[in-house]
Design a protein around this ligand. Structure first.
Ligand code: 13P
Ligand code: SF4
Length: 312
């Protein structure tokens, strides 16, 4: 709309005058991604945040992503358009309970998926994302037992993929557990030539019928390189905008959710808490800002740096 366009122009002007950079996750709404300096998956966005020499980093994503940006580049002002943009998966791993879990299982290497709070990262040995998790697990000597948290679905997938018997924390993402296997199979019958692709946070019965499993960027890359024309995509529906924009000649269908909601697909309510209006006011007023204790930043940094060193 013209209203959106004029707000987008204001955002662009502010960005220049304030020497700010806008990083947006694929799950954000199109009008935010259109003004972003970079759109990517969680690993790519963490790398961009670490390298940024802007004075302000505006993170159009969820809280743990903005926190990771702050940990990696603590001298910068890191803004998140809505501080309540959390993550069901991060919330499924509460620090006190996790601390006890780790203490109850001494001698384990603690690998945490980046979708967790800074407190959880600070209790980890190494962090991973969905695009490097397999590599990180394989880098750990076979004789050392592993704790993997917080996502049980990604954990189970990695156990099967690598053959490593890991101790799993019982957390999950609401958005990726919302897919209906019955509706998905029915949809596949309607489009028999379609390939199913899925994010590894999805449940194992969904992953079992997927021809490709990977991160948001991984899926985009896969669809780009594949000769197939039709895909059913099991992840947050925001990625479809990227795929369709890059690949207008492909037929892309969102995997159906159990409950009928506005899009009959699965959307992350946390990601969608950010809006173009909130992005504008956050950049204009330079708030809300991510603030973390220096001690916490120091503790959480090592495990993220270890991941980055293995992800070059
Ligand atoms: P990616 O690492 O694939 O970007 O996933 C982030 C996320 O929140 C998935 O739900
Ligand atoms: Fe968290 Fe799931 Fe939303 Fe990703 S899609 S941010 S894992 S709640």
């Amino acid at each position: 709309s013209s209203e959106n366009r004029s707000l987008q122009n204001e955002v662009k002007k502010l960005k220049e005058t304030k020497n700010a950079v806008i990083l947006a996750h694929y799950y954000q709404v199109p009008e935010i991604k259109q003004v972003a300096d970079f759109v990517g998956d969680s690993l790519e966005l963490a790398k961009k945040a670490a390298q940024s020499d802007a004075d302000i980093i505006v993170f159009a994503g969820v809280h743990f992503m903005a926190e990771t940006a702050k940990i990696l580049n603590p001298s910068k002002k890191v803004l998140l358009p809505d501080l309540k943009a959390g993550c069901s998966l991060a919330e499924s791993c509460e620090p006190a309970a996790f601390k006890k879990f780790v203490e109850d299982h001494p001698g384990h290497i603690v690998v945490t998926y980046i979708n967790c709070s800074a407190e959880i990262k600070a209790m980890s040995d190494i962090v991973c994302t969905s695009s490097n998790a397999e590599k990180i697990i394989r880098s750990i000597p076979e004789d050392i037992p592993i704790i993997f948290a917080p996502d049980r679905n990604l954990g189970k997938y990695l156990v099967e993929k690598t053959g490593r018997d890991m101790l799993l924390w019982d957390g999950a993402c609401l958005v990726h557990e919302a897919f209906s296997i019955d509706k998905l199979l029915a949809l596949h019958k309607k489009y028999p030539s379609a390939k199913i692709i899925a994010h590894p946070e999805s449940e194992s019965h969904i992953l079992k019928i997927a021809s490709y499993i990977g991160s948001t960027s991984g899926m985009l890359d896969h669809v780009t390189k594949s000769d197939h024309k039709t895909f059913i995509v099991a992840t947050e529906a925001g990625i479809l905008y990227e795929m369709q924009t890059h690949l207008p000649h492909k037929t892309l269908i969102p995997a159906p959710a159990k409950e009928n909601n506005s899009c009959a697909c699965s959307e992350c309510a946390y990601m969608k808490m950010n809006s173009l209006e909130k992005l504008y006011s956050c950049l204009n007023e330079e708030t809300p800002e991510i603030r973390l204790k220096e001690t916490l930043i120091k503790k959480a940094r090592g495990p993220i740096d270890r991941m980055l060193a293995l992800s070059k």
